[in-house]
Design a protein around this ligand. Structure first.
Ligand SMILES: Cc1cc2nc3c(=O)[nH]c(=O)nc-3n(C[C@H](O)[C@H](O)[C@H](O)COP(=O)(O)O)c2cc1C
Length: 175
């Protein structure tokens, strides 16, 4: 057992199909992972084995005790166009977004894997939000090859194959 807590936030895009692999890889490196999915990510989680990693959904009720230890690190895999922009703008309307905003505000080490096709990534908010997150210290990881200095959008129809080839080492080694 370890006391290093890792939040794995996951959003609604094909790379969410690899969260189970991320849980296993994180555990093998001594992390204690908690999965925090957006509502849109849930369909990708249904058929996956997440082991004994707790899945935390929705806000806790007033008076309910905290459901997770404080995070030592946070990864966001995948980070959708929607959540990227909401996070960069400080939007905290859901539990995953509140978690991400708090990670940024508390300077918790955070790495994110943005995942969007060219049509969404062509929107000017994409580059602006990436700049905000990089400025705040978030490590941005390309889902194709783990590059951190550049980021390529996903080619149309390639989401599942990019997800299949993704290596969790690319993001976990950033922490
Ligand atoms: C099959 C499918 C694939 C999707 N792929 C992507 C994607 O690669 N990138 C993206 O930003 N949104 C993608 N979306 C759209 C997001 O799921 C949608 O914008 C959602 O509102 C994101 O919510 P979230 O940011 O709270 O997870 C996809 C949706 C579906 C149903």
């Amino acid at each position: 057992m370890t006391d290093r807590t890792l939040y794995i936030v996951t959003c609604g895009a094909p790379l969410a199909s690899r969260v189970g692999d991320g849980v296993r890889e994180a555990r093998s490196r001594g992390w204690n992972p908690y999965v925090i999915p957006t509502d849109a990510a849930q369909p990708w989680l249904e058929s996956q084995d997440l082991g004994d990693a707790p899945t935390i959904t929705g806000n806790r009720r007033p008076g309910e005790s905290k459901r997770t230890p404080k995070a030592d690190a946070v990864v966001v895999v995948p980070l959708t166009f929607n959540s990227l922009n909401a996070w960069a703008n400080g939007n905290a309307t859901t539990y995953p977004l509140t978690t991400l905003s708090a990670a940024l505000g508390s300077r918790t080490p955070t790495a994110a894997v943005p995942f969007a096709k060219h049509d969404l990534a062509g929107h000017p908010a994409w580059l602006a939000s990436l700049a905000v997150l990089r400025y705040a210290g978030v490590r941005i990881v390309d889902p194709h090859d783990g590059a951190t200095a550049s980021l390529e959008p996903i080619a149309s129809g390639a989401g599942d194959s990019v997800a299949a080839d993704f290596q969790w080492d690319w993001v976990l080694r950033q922490l």
